[in-house]
Design a protein around this ligand. Structure first.
Ligand SMILES: Cc1cc2nc3c(=O)[nH]c(=O)nc-3n(C[C@H](O)[C@H](O)[C@H](O)COP(=O)(O)OP(=O)(O)OC[C@H]3O[C@@H](n4cnc5c(N)ncnc54)[C@H](O)[C@@H]3O)c2cc1C
Ligand code: FES
Length: 220
């Protein structure tokens, strides 16, 4: 959980782990804009880390899929596993951390919705192409919920394991307030990474989320 005086605390993934850590922030509203205004040498406040990351095991062939700013969250997993990776973005200028992904991934495939770079289409279509050419043991993914929804459906259909990093509105970030709950699971503490079968049991997944006041917002 990241904050600065004058802004709300917001959840962020680590895009680099180890002694020196980093976060990668997409400007979408007031709090992320505030972080974008910081200069080199400025300080930020950090609480955490909380929750569960990807469960990475020896001997499993992983395929990593990152969509949009979700690429930042899968980067440490790409570095740790060196796994084949699919990155999806709206267009070429929306692809982030390209050099670092290319440095760590064994094989790398890009998709853009407008066809400006790599495969024309979305990350799940491209993932299906990869899966038809090579056998993987598990997919690790982070990205917009619509992408994760179709990715999860594909994995269920193909009988392939996956671990998905989900996003819900967070306040405490530590399992206390309940505002990030999805069918009995706290995204901040029990997740944000969930297994294929855990996600299958979440009726809200791909269907609705709660805003900062707890109101249900349809995702369809
Ligand atoms: C586990 C997790 C990891 C994340 N990692 C990253 C990351 O690495 N990089 C990145 O750029 N973004 C990440 N996000 C999303 C980031 O937290 C939101 O973009 C940010 O909170 C938006 O705040 P804002 O005030 O700028 O925008 P707002 O205008 O307040 O909101 C814009 C959008 O962000 C969502 N949002 C706002 N506040 C929160 C909150 N407290 N918790 C969750 N969602 C919120 C809103 O629902 C809305 O859809 C992550 C979110 C989660 C849950
Ligand atoms: S944000 Fe409070 S329980 Fe998850």
């Amino acid at each position: 959980m990241v904050w600065e005086p004058g802004m709300q605390e917001i959840p962020m993934s680590l895009s680099k782990t180890g002694r020196i850590k980093s976060i990668t922030v997409k400007r979408v509203g007031p709090d992320t804009s505030r972080l974008h205004e910081l200069s080199i040498g400025d300080e930020i406040r950090v609480r955490g880390p909380y929750g569960r990351g990807y469960d990475i095991r020896e001997g499993v062939e992983y395929l990593v899929v990152g969509g949009g700013v979700g690429t930042a969250s899968v980067l440490p997993a790409i570095k740790e596993t060196g796994a084949d990776t699919v990155i999806g973005a709206r267009s070429e200028r929306d692809i982030i951390l390209k050099d670092r992904v290319m440095k760590y991934a064994r094989g790398i495939w890009f998709s853009t919705d407008d066809g400006s770079f790599g495969f024309r289409g979305n990350a799940v279509q491209l993932m299906r192409e990869r899966l038809s050419e090579k056998r993987y043991g598990c997919v690790l993914a982070c990205g917009p919920e619509i992408m994760l929804y179709h990715l999860h459906s594909a994995c269920v259909e193909l009988g392939l394991d996956c671990q998905l990093s989900l996003e819900r509105h967070m306040k405490c970030g530590a399992g206390l307030c309940g505002c990030c709950v999805m069918d009995g699971q706290r995204v901040c503490r029990d997740g944000p990474v969930f297994t294929r079968d855990q996600v299958s049991a979440m009726r809200d997944f791909g269907a609705s989320k709660r805003d900062e006041c707890g109101r249900a917002v349809s995702l369809r």
